[in-house]
Ligand binder design. Structure first.
Ligand SMILES: *Cc1c(COP(=O)(O)O)cnc(C)c1O
Length: 410
C-alpha cells in the first residue's frame, strides 16, 4: 500500500474506498506484489533448472492459486483437500507436491490416486508405501537435516526434537527399506522452518542432502523447502535471496556434476510470495483511555489474525483514515473475549472512532488461519488484479455459522 496525495492505495485503488465498498474487516491482496516476489525468486535461481512450488497453506484462496499458476508457479500441499483445491485451480497432478505430516496411508493413497507427487515423512509410512506400491509410484523422501533455523520453535522444523521428516541419522534404515521394497525414490526434500536468516544455514542443509543423494540412483529433483524470511518491520533482517541464489546454484551445479545428471531444484515458498501482498483492513470501534494506556479496539481479533497472539508476530499497523496526523502511542486490541493484542505501544497517527486501521504482512498465514471463534464471521477477501478490485471470498453470514450444526430435541 502506497501513499499518494495523502491517501493509501493499492495499484491506484483507494484503500478507504475498498473498506467502504466491501466492508470491514477485509483482507486485500496486491497481485503485482505477488508477481514481483515470484519473479525475484525465479531470477535468483535462474542458473539452475528451478521449480517454484507455492506452499498453498499460507493463502489458499482458489483465485490466488490460479494467479500463481498464471505466473508459472507449481504447488506444495500439506493436506488432501489442498491437493483437491490445487487440481480445481488447474494445476496438473505432476505439478503438485503433497507433503503431509502424520497422515495415514489412506490419505496418501487418495493423493496417489490423484496422480500427485508424494513426499514421505516417516519410515513407518515408507514401509507401508513400499508394501503397497513397490516401484510403481515414484516418491520423494523428506529428510530432517537437524539444522536449527529461525528463532521461534513453533515454526522451526529442522531441529533434533522436531516431528518433521526422517532424521538424517536414520538414512541407512531408509536405504534398507527402499532396497527391500524396491521403492522408486525420485526426490529428496528438506524444509527447516520459516525463519532462515542467512544463506549458510541453507547451504549446510543442502550439503546434507547432497551427501544423502549418494544412496539413491534415480533422483530427478532436490527440494530445498522454504523458510525465506521477509521483513515485518523496518530494519528486520531478511533472507538475501540473490546471494542465496548465487551460492546455492553454484553448489547445486557442482553436486549435479558429481551425481552425473542435471537435476531439478525445487523450492516451496509461502511467506516469501504472499506475505507482503496482504493488508488487513479493520475499523476502530472504540478508543478507550485507561490509567495505563490508550486502547484502540478494532472490529476484529485473533479469530481473523492469530499471528500476534500465537507467534508473537509483529504486524505493522497504520491509520488509513488519517495518514499524516500527529502520532500518539496506542495499544491496538481485538474484540475477542480473552487477551487479544494486535500491537503494544504503537505510534499511530491520531486514531478516532470509525478510523480504518490496516495491518501489513497480512497475506501469509492470516486468512488461512482464521476461525469462527466467538461465533464471528470470517472476513471477505479482495484481490487487486490489473488495477481492479475483485471480490474473491464473500464475507460469511449467520447461515454459514449454523450450516453444519444439528439441533436435537431437548
Ligand atoms: C509451511 C511449509 C512451507 C512454506 O513455508 P514458508 O515459511 O511460508 O515459506 C514449505 N514447505 C512445507 C513442507 C511447509 O510445511
Amino acid at each position: 500500500m502506497e501513499i499518494q496525495d495523502g491517501r493509501f492505495h493499492v495499484q491506484g485503488v483507494d484503500a478507504l474506498a475498498l473498506a467502504e465498498q466491501f466492508g470491514t474487516p477485509l483482507y486485500v491482496y496486491d497481485a503485482d506484489k505477488i508477481k514481483a516476489q515470484f519473479d525475484r525468486l525465479t531470477a535468483a535461481f535462474s542458473g539452475a533448472n528451478v521449480r517454484i512450488k507455492y506452499a498453498s497453506k499460507s493463502l489458499t484462496n482458489i483465485s490466488i492459486l490460479k494467479l500463481l499458476k498464471s505466473y508459472g508457479s507449481e504447488l506444495d500441499c500439506v493436506s488432501i483437500n489442498e491437493v483437491r483445491l490445487g487440481l480445481k485451480a488447474g494445476f496438473k497432478p505432476q505439478e503438485i507436491l503433497y507433503t503431509p505430516n502424520g497422515v495415514s496411508l489412506d490419505e496418501i493413497k487418495e493423493a496417489v490416486n490423484e496422480g500427485v507427487v508424494i513426499n514421505v515423512d516417516n519410515i513407518s509410512i515408507l514401509e507401508q508405501f513400499g508394501n503397497e506400491y513397490h516401484n510403481s509410484v515414484p516418491v520423494c523422501i523428506r529428510i530432517n537435516p537437524h539444522i536449527m533455523a529461525g528463532g521461534n520453535k513453533k515454526i522451526s522444523t529442522g531441529h533434533a526434537d522436531s516431528k518433521f521428516g526422517i532424521s538424517v541419522y536414520q538414512l541407512s534404515h531408509v536405504v534398507r527399506v527402499v532396497k527391500t521394497y524396491n521403492i522408486n525414490v525420485v526426490g529428496l526434500h528438506m524444509h527447516t522452518g520459516s525463519d532462515i536468516l542467512d544463506a549458510e544455514v541453507f547451504l549446510r542443509g543442502a550439503e546434507i542432502l547432497y551427501d544423502a543423494a549418494k544412496d539413491f540412483d534415480n533422483l530427478e529433483f532436490v527440494d530445498f523447502g522454504s523458510g525465506f524470511k521477509v521483513a515485518y518491520k523496518e530494519g528486520d533482517i531478511t533472507t538475501d535471496i540473490e546471494e542465496l541464489g548465487k551460492k546455492l546454484t553454484a553448489s547445486f551445479k557442482d553436486f549435479c556434476k558429481r551425481y552425473g545428471r542435471e537435476l531439478e531444484m525445487w523450492f516451496e515458498p509461502g511467506k516469501f510470495l504472499v506475505s507482503e501482498s496482504g493488508y488487513f483492513l479493520t475499523k476502530t470501534n472504540v478508543v478507550k483511555t485507561t490509567p495505563a494506556t490508550v486502547f484502540v479496539g478494532v472490529n476484529s481479533g485473533l479469530n481473523h489474525l492469530i499471528r500476534p497472539m500465537m507467534y508473537d508476530a509483529y504486524h505493522e499497523i497504520f491509520n488509513v483514515s488519517n495518514p499524516t496526523g500527529t502520532t500518539r502511542v496506542y495499544t491496538v486490541v481485538g474484540y475477542i473475549c480473552e487477551t487479544d493484542t494486535f500491537g503494544l505501544d504503537r505510534k499511530l497517527s491520531e486514531v478516532n472512532e470509525g478510523d480504518i486501521l490496516a495491518f501489513k504482512n497480512a497475506g501469509a498465514y492470516a486468512f488461512s488461519m482464521a476461525s469462527n471463534y466467538n461465533s464471528r464471521f470470517r472476513p471477505a477477501e479482495v484481490l487487486i488484479y490489473k488495477g481492479e478490485p475483485h471480490l474473491i471470498r464473500q464475507r460469511e453470514e449467520f447461515d454459514d455459522l449454523i450450516r453444519n450444526q444439528i439441533e436435537i430435541e431437548i
